[in-house]
Design a protein around this ligand. Structure first.
Ligand code: NZQ
Ligand code: ZN
Length: 385
């Protein structure tokens, strides 16, 4: 096992009807900015419940945070926090709203150019406003981690950043909030959580037995619940397991003490920045191709993954690895997500465009061994055509 420090201070309040807990979680004297996305939070009644639970506090609102939240939009929220002297943020939504809130929490109290919060990858963040979250979409894990991704539309830059100051104080995880999700978003959530797990598991053996078994359990859980998560939107048990599995996949626990890859995410972010493809869909395009191209350096873990997650024990090593990759691709396709660039109307031109972006963003050394250079990324993208 590798050396590690593990820290996660986010309080989780889980279960149906828990939005009312906001009345004790948000300080009574707080001057709150409530941040949300488009129409869904209002339509589903979530905002009404949140407003009721915050009664008695000064509450301002900032709506319109878009999927893949943009710096350009978030600047408005930063200005509002400063003008109204607000001191507590509450995100109501999915990963985009929570990530956007993290950016505002840091940027509103940062003296320099706000974009530096992201462009420094969080290094300039010395403090942040406190914030909590009411999660409406199980997928990213943002509700229980200190990372975020914001996009600068002007330059097509999708920039991840993180800081110890950017853990939510609390997150409310009410699985019934997810009942109203379009099935496409449910599928996205299943795939995003699956790939968060593989990024921290499908690398090389580190003799980290609890982390491996935990990761395998999460992957098996996601595969097991996927059909029902899509077929029965109001099945409480299924949606509970999806919501908690997605948080566990990226709350730092399975990543402690093990090598981590994240190349699929970095290449995927460029596909979103260029073509506006949903985050999880970019992962479904890149991961099977990456596993194919990296099959030698990931050999031991691919064999372990095949055996333990998919029950693949027959055949030569090459055959078992082929089968493990095929099962991964088939899982993504089974939830309705195409796994090739051609499925999104993209061809060779996209390979060149993504490579140019990776070069421009200093993404020439990716993967758990930092040896996915631009040539390897090219091979991955070619294999994803
Ligand atoms: O805008 P509204 O109307 O609210 O609609 C949203 C949005 O269109 C809708 N939605 C959310 N909850 C709903 C709902 N519709 C009906 N009922 C509900 N209960 O869903 C759409 C997508 O929302 P979004 O927040 O964009 O999705 P997701 O949670 O998948 O977040 C994606 C973003 O998170 C980043 C991604 O890059 C992307 O920008 N990520 C953040 C990570 C982190 N902070 O750790 C890690 C991830 O790898 C990822 O990069
Ligand atoms: Zn992700």
């Amino acid at each position: 096992m590798l050396n590690f420090e593990y820290y996660n201070p986010t309080k989780i309040v889980f279960g149906a009807g828990t939005t009312a807990a906001l009345s004790r979680l948000v300080p009574e004297t707080a001057r709150v900015l409530l941040l949300y996305g488009g129409a869904s939070a209002e339509k589903t009644g979530t905002l009404a419940d949140v407003r009721a639970a915050l009664a008695g506090r000064v509450v301002h609102e900032f709506g319109g945070i878009e999927p893949n939240p943009s710096f350009e939009t978030l600047e408005g929220a930063i200005a509002q926090v400063r003008a109204e002297k607000l001191d507590y943020l509450l995100a109501v939504g999915g990963g985009s709203v929570i990530d956007g809130t993290k950016f505002v929490a840091a940027a509103a109290v940062y003296d320099g150019d706000a974009w530096e919060v992201a462009s420094s990858r969080g290094a300039v963040v010395q403090r942040a406003l406190p914030f909590g979250a009411v999660l409406t979409l199980p997928a990213t894990g943002s509700e229980m981690n200190n990372g975020a991704v914001v996009t600068r539309k002007a330059t097509h830059t999708k920039q991840p950043f993180r800081s110890e100051h950017l853990f939510p104080k609390f997150s409310i995880l009410d699985p019934t909030r997810s009942y109203s999700l379009p099935l496409k978003q449910v599928a996205n959530g299943l795939v995003d959580a699956f790939v968060h797990t593989t990024e921290q598991y499908l690398t090389y053996p580190a003799q980290a037995l609890p982390q491996d078994r935990f990761a395998e359990g999460l992957l098996q859980t996601l595969v097991e619940i996927a059909p029902r998560a899509l077929a029965a939107p109001d099945d409480y048990d299924t949606r509970s397991n999806l919501m908690w599995a997605a948080s566990l996949a990226l709350n730092g626990l399975i990543g402690a003490g093990v090598p981590q890859d994240w190349a699929t995410h970095m290449i995927g972010h460029e596909l979103t920045a260029l073509y506006n493809i949903d985050h999880a869909r970019t992962l479904a395009i890149v991961l099977p191709a990456l596993l194919q191209v990296r099959r030698d350096s990931k050999r031991d873990k691919l064999l372990q993954y095949g055996a333990r997650v998919w029950g693949i024990t027959d055949g030569s090593e090459e055959e078992r690895i082929d089968a493990a990759i095929a099962r991964t691709r088939a899982f993504f396709e089974s939830v309705g997500i195409p796994t090739r660039l051609s499925g999104y109307g993209l061809g060779q031109e996209a390979v060149e465009a993504v490579l140019a972006q990776l070069a421009a963003h200093g993404m020439g050394k990716l993967g758990e061994r930092r040896d996915i250079n631009l040539d390897v990324s090219r091979a991955i993208l070619q294999s994803a055509l």
